[in-house]
Design a protein around this ligand. Sequence first.
Ligand SMILES: [Zn+2]
Length: 135
Amino acid sequence: MSDGQRRVARAVRLLVWGLWLRCPRCGARSLFRTWFTMHEYCSVCQLRFEREQGYFLGAMYINYGVTVGLALSGSFTLEWWTAVSLAQQLLLWIGFGSLFPVLFFRHSRGLWLAFDHIFDPVEDQGSGDRDDKGW
Ligand SMILES: [Zn+2]
C-alpha cells in the first residue's frame, strides 16, 4: 500500500469513527456523556476534545451543510418524481429542517473532530495535552 493510499484509508477510518461517535485518536466510544454533553477528555487516550473555546463552530457548519444539502436534494427529488404540493413540501422540509439538526448534532461534532484530526492530529499522549488548558 502506498503512502497516499494509507493516508486516504486513515482519513476514511477517522471519518467513519467520527460518524459513529468514536474518539479520532483511539477509536473508543468516549465522545458523549449525555445527548448534548461531551466528555472533556477521551477516557482511554486522554485526548482533549474541545481544543479551544469555539472549537465546535466547524461542527455547526457541517450540521448546517448536511441539513441544507439533504433538504434541497430531497425537495428537488420530490418535485421531479412525485406530485407533492408546495404546502406539503413546506410542511415536510420545515419539519425536517427543525428535527434533523438536533438528531445529527452529535455526529456533526464527531465528524468535525475527525476532520480536525485528519489535518492536524494530536499525537502526544495525555499529560501535555491535559496540562495546556489555558482557561
Ligand atoms: Zn481516545
